[in-house]
Design a protein around this ligand. Structure first.
Ligand code: NAD
Ligand code: TYD
Length: 358
């Protein structure tokens, strides 16, 4: 079996669901169930004994050791993290704790477990760490996309904490020989994404008749990848990646934030017109920019395509259409994740963002 961490979050849940839909290998899923973890995303697995959910922290070394001894996984995929840049600006401490200290504790438990495996088990074992393109920093408009050799230049507490965890992975490979793999992926979107991130936030706010808060001039660029394609890339790297290597994963879909918001508004105008017949784009409001906002990310994914034969299956047009339809069809999920804690966050992040125009 395999052990995943953070499998109740956005990408982790999609991964667990895809894995169990395409393989009979069981999964132990270790998740602390922070505000971002939702067991409801895994509700379709209830009664499926191939999925073993464990409520706990990756920073709990004793728990990690116990799970490894009990289930003897052949691989670990580490999704668990604090993942939202704006939250890292308001409060970096949780990011340092989970993304750096938590990953370190997990690595320590795994190192002890891996060391005592028989030779063959040591060779075939893998620790796959799911990271981000944000560790590379921000690109100038005409600069080439990030390759795996691009220097690390993280700019936010989130990306700095992910960069630190990537360095730990690298060090555990070089120093101890631990067979690690790291993927650095661009912005994901798709079902089960918590509505604090750009795409689900815009869909949810649009439907609720709220403003659509675009930071700064809305011309920041991200390289968007449908989450199912990311999960396929991770499966491919786990199966055939070279220990110690890193793989950039991206969709080849560079889009400005404002264009994303316009696309969502256009789809909603078609699929769920406003009761008053007006266009959703009228809800767009420019608000104060994010401090230290990275201007552009873009991924050069040629290594994973050349060496492992992965490439995205979904275009942006098809992926965003599926995503908007998923949110329309899953309003219960949206409603249930919007707890009091979510509403407090919205208040904290947006209340003091001055309106700049619309
Ligand atoms: P998410 O915030 O939706 O989910 C994170 C999950 O980790 C949640 O289920 C949460 O409960 C769990 N978790 C948090 N702290 C934990 C801890 N200490 N112990 C155990 N579980 C803990 O995040 P996501 O968007 O699914 O991202 C998953 C991973 O992919 C992260 O490592 C992130 O850095 C990386 N990543 C995300 C994106 C993206 O666009 N979302 C892009 C590239 C890389
Ligand atoms: P986000 O989804 O938070 O991902 P990341 O910061 O990791 O790229 O944000 C994507 C882009 O959208 C980013 O440039 C910030 C911008 N953004 C807004 O303009 N308004 C918002 O309300 C949010 C949440 C993000």
């Amino acid at each position: 079996m395999i052990l995943v961490t953070g499998g109740a979050g956005f990408i982790g849940a999609n991964f667990v669901l895809d894995w169990l839909a395409t393989s009979d290998e069981s999964i132990v899923n270790l998740d602390r169930l922070t505000y971002a973890g939702n067991r409801q995303s895994l509700a379709s697995l209830s009664g499926d004994d191939r999925h073993i959910f464990v409520h706990g922290d990756i920073g709990d070394g004793e728990l990690g050791a116990r799970l490894l001894a009990q289930y003897a996984p052949r691989a670990i995929i580490n999704f668990a993290a604090e993942s939202h840049v704006d939250r890292s600006i308001h409060g970096p401490a949780d990011f340092i704790q989970t993304n750096i200290v938590g990953t370190f504790q997990l690595l320590e438990s795994v190192r002890a477990y891996w060391k005592q495996l028989p030779e063959e088990g040591r060779q075939s074992f893998r620790f796959l760490h799911v990271s981000t393109d944000e560790v590379y920093g921000s690109l100038a408009p005409d600069a080439p996309a990030f390759t795996e050799d691009h220097p690390y230049q993280p700019n936010s507490p989130y990306s700095a904490s992910k960069a630190a965890s990537d360095h730990l992975l690298r060090a555990y490979h070089h120093t101890y020989g631990l067979p690690v793999l790291t993927t650095n992926c661009s912005n994901n979107y798709g079902p089960f994404q918590f509505p604090e991130k750009l795409i689900p936030l815009m869909i949810v706010n649009a439907l609720a008749g709220k403003r659509l808060p675009v930071y700064g001039d809305g011309q920041q660029i991200r390289d968007w990848l449908y989450v199912g394609d990311h999960c396929a890339a991770i499966r491919r790297v786990l199966a055939a990646g070279v220990p110690g290597a890193t793989y950039n994963v991206g969709g080849g879909n560079e889009k400005a934030n404002l264009d994303i918001v316009h696309t969502i508004c256009g789809l909603l105008d078609e699929l769920r017109p406003r009761p008053d017949g007006r266009a959703y784009r009228e809800q767009i409001t420019y608000v104060t920019d994010r401090p230290g906002h990275d201007r552009r990310y873009a991924i050069d994914a040629r290594r994973i395509e050349r060496e492992l034969g992965w490439r995205p299956a979904e275009s942006f047009a098809s992926g965003i259409d599926r995503t908007v339809r998923w949110y329309l069809a899953n309003q219960d999920w949206v409603h249930n994740v919007q707890s009091g804690a979510y509403r407090e966050w919205v208040e904290k992040n947006y209340a003091d963002r001055q309106k700049m125009g619309s």
